[in-house]
Design a protein around this ligand. Structure first.
Ligand SMILES: [Zn+2]
Ligand SMILES: [Zn+2]
Length: 338
């Protein structure tokens, strides 16, 4: 079968590899779509991978099951959730698999077939298309969804989103759908336009002025009730903490290392709450499907779909900030016999 290899130095190539064989507790999926994640860019630009690929967002048809897996999965349309719990601990029992001490991951979804633990399967009914299915079951829309659960109860008419890459753009769609006024800080022209097309009320180029001052002016000189940090940069984190209204909340999506902060200035004297938010949890899946069926326009996050033969072009576009989520199309229809 064809599989993507991460060559390093911003190059990918298709290679011929053996089809995966499911171990006990695993299934093999014939890939309809695999989606590129921003978390893969480090490996893409840098060292690459000796074997396989970092793909972890995929959806398709189950073609084989390993020992101990219900064979009725075969032929079903599924999405894959790449953060896997052990299935046996109290966190897993509560549907909080991301908090499982034995949690694991999955990979190699940029291929004609990939395998994953049965714990990571999300059944997709026929009314859930591949685009929505792969975004909801992976972290593409999972992260914006989980983030939204953290601020759902807040009285927050305005949400400022710092960074409109795929994760920030998902939060634009999510928060606008929730009826909030969404303000976006983003240096890329393409991403600012994409944010406006997907529900942002106004956008600002931080290379052309002070985004903190802009947000204050946009929000009665007080700042937004919520800032979502979706860029993963020290200056955007500091900007969120300075721009948010006193008593407000900052949600952290962007991964990064240490950033110098002042407990007094950034938190204590303005009663600021900071919330971390990672991936999404098994227990959230029914609500995600219900929101999609109620009209949440999940698919608007997926802007490009290319065949694997154009994988290099797909990666270059994605890495260049000229796309939302970007998919490779491995199978147009179910393989024979499924
Ligand atoms: Zn991801
Ligand atoms: Zn567990």
């Amino acid at each position: 079968m064809l599989s993507l290899r991460m060559c390093g130095d911003s190059r990918v190539e298709l290679t011929e590899v053996p089809e995966p064989i499911p171990a006990a507790g695993e299934v093999v999926i014939a890939t309809a779509l695999s989606v590129i994640c921003g978390s893969e860019l480090h490996g893409f630009r840098g060292p690459g991978q000796g074997r396989g690929n970092s793909g972890h967002e995929g959806a398709g048809w189950v073609t084989a099951v390993g020992e101990g897996v219900d064979p009725s999965w075969i032929g079903r349309r599924v999405g894959a959730c790449a953060v896997l719990g052990c299935g046996n601990c109290p966190e897993c029992a509560a549907g909080h698999q991301t908090w499982c001490f034995q949690r694991g991951g999955a990979g190699n979804s940029h291929a004609e077939y990939f395998k994953i633990s049965v714990n990571g399967l999300r059944a997709l009914d026929d009314d859930i298309g591949w685009e929505a299915g792969v975004l909801l079951s992976g972290d593409g829309f999972g992260v914006p969804w989980h983030t939204a659960t953290k601020i759902a109860q807040l009285d927050a008419p305005t949400v400022a989103i710092w960074g409109a890459g795929p994760i920030g753009l998902g939060s634009v769609i999510m928060q606008a759908w929730r009826g909030r006024r969404v303000l976006v800080v983003e240096p890329s022209v393409w991403r600012r336009a994409a944010a406006l097309e997907r529900g942002a009320a106004a956008v600002f180029d931080p290379t052309a002025g002070d985004p903190v001052a802009w947000l204050k002016v946009e929000c009665d000189d007080r700042g937004p009730e919520v800032c979502i940090e979706a860029a993963g940069r020290p200056e955007t984190l500091i900007g969120c903490l300075e721009a948010v209204r006193s008593g407000g909340c900052v949600v952290l999506n962007g991964e990064q290392g240490s950033v110098p902060l002042s407990p007094s200035d950034h938190f204590i004297r303005r009663d600021i709450t900071v919330i971390g938010s990672w991936f999404y949890q098994d227990c959230e899946w029914p609500d995600m499907l219900a929101a999609y069926r109620a009209g949440l326009p999940v698919e608007r996050l997926l802007t490009h779909q290319l065949p694997p033969q154009r994988a290099q072009e797909a990666w270059d576009l994605f890495a260049g900030g000229q796309t939302g989520k970007t998919a490779l199309v491995w199978h147009q229809s179910a393989p024979p016999g499924v």
